[in-house]
Design a protein around this ligand. Structure first.
Ligand code: NI
Length: 256
C-alpha cells in the first residue's frame, strides 16, 4: 500500500469532508499519511489529527513564509510538542525566495531554518525541507550545518539533476508528487530518471498540486496512483514495485 509522506489535511479546503476523505483512504490503497505542519495553527491541528486517526502521523515546523509567527515562546512550544510519539519529523522548514524578495526577511528565513534544523538534531528527528527559488542558499546551509547527520526529505523536489545529486550524496530522500505528471515537468522527470528508486518518496502536498487529470483541482492522497504510474513509466518498473519500494523508503526515513 501507498504512504503519503506529505499532506496538509488540516487545510480549510478539507473542512467540509475531512473525516469522510480520511476514512476512505485505506480502501483507496493508502496505508499511512504524514500530515505536515506549516504554521503554528496547522501544527496544533496536526497534533489533533494524529490523536484522532491511527494511520495519521505528523511533522511539526514553521514554513519559511510563516516565520513571522515564530518567537521564543512559540519555539519552546514546538520543542515540547515534538516529543509526541506520533510526531515523526520537523517540517516543513526551509527557504522560499519565490514569495519573499526582501533581503532582510530572507535572512530571517535562514536563521529560523537553522534553528529548526538543530531542533530536529536535538530530538533525533528527520527534517522535511521546503525550498523554492533558493537552491544555492538551501544547499549551503544543509552542508554547513551537517544536515546529512539529521537526514530527511527534500519535499516537492523542483531543482536540477545536479542539485539532486548533492542531496542524494548526503543521503536525503526526494519527495515526488503531482508535478511529475505535468506537461512542463521535464526537469523533474530527469531527476526521477536519475535518482535511485530507493531514494524517492511519494507525496501529495494536498490540497495542492493534484496530478493530471485532476490538475488545479483539490488534491488528495487518493490521486497518488497517477504519480505512481508516471514514476513506474519513467523507471521502467511496475506500479507495484514503485509502491513497495517507496513505502519502505517512507517507513525508513520517518522511523515508523
Ligand atoms: Ni507542503
Amino acid at each position: 500500500m501507498i504512504i503519503d509522506t506529505h499532506a496538509h489535511y488540516d487545510d480549510e479546503k478539507f473542512d467540509t469532508d475531512r473525516d469522510e476523505i480520511l476514512n476512505s483512504l485505506y480502501e483507496g490503497g493508502i496505508e499511512k499519511i504524514v500530515n505536515i505542519g506549516a504554521n503554528l495553527n496547522s501544527c496544533e491541528k496536526t497534533l489533533e489529527l494524529v490523536e484522532k486517526y491511527p494511520f495519521v502521523y505528523g511533522a511539526l515546523g514553521v514554513h519559511p513564509s510563516d516565520i513571522a509567527e515564530l518567537n521564543e515562546e512559540a519555539f519552546l512550544w514546538l520543542e515540547e510538542s515534538l516529543d509526541h510519539e506520533k510526531i515523526v519529523a520537523v517540517g516543513e522548514i526551509g527557504l522560499d525566495y519565490y514569495w519573499c524578495k526582501d533581503k532582510e526577511e530572507q535572512k530571517k528565513q535562514r536563521e529560523w531554518f537553522v534553528r529548526q534544523m538543530n531542533l530536529a538534531r536535538e530530538k533525533k528527528l528527520p527534517i522535511v525541507v521546503h525550498s523554492r527559488d533558493a537552491a544555492k542558499d538551501t544547499l549551503d546551509i544543509v552542508k554547513a550545518e551537517k544536515a546529512r547527520e539529521i537526514g530527511g526529505i527534500i519535499h516537492c523536489f523542483s531543482y536540477s539533476k545536479e542539485i539532486a545529486k548533492e542531496y542524494l550524496d548526503m543521503d536525503f530522500y526526494l519527495g515526488i508528487g503531482g508535478v511529475i505528471t505535468f506537461k512542463n515537468a521535464k526537469k523533474t522527470v530527469e531527476v526521477v530518471e536519475y535518482a535511485p528508486i530507493e531514494k524517492i518518496v511519494l507525496e501529495t502536498d494536498c490540497p495542492y498540486l493534484a496530478p493530471v487529470p485532476y490538475r488545479a483541482k483539490r488534491n488528495s492522497s487518493l490521486y497518488l496512483p497517477y504519480v505512481v504510474e508516471k514514476i513506474a513509466d519513467i523507471k521502467k518498473m511496475t506500479p507495484q514495485e514503485v509502491i513497495d519500494i517507496t513505502r519502505e523508503n517512507a517507513l525508513k526515513v520517518y522511523g515508523i
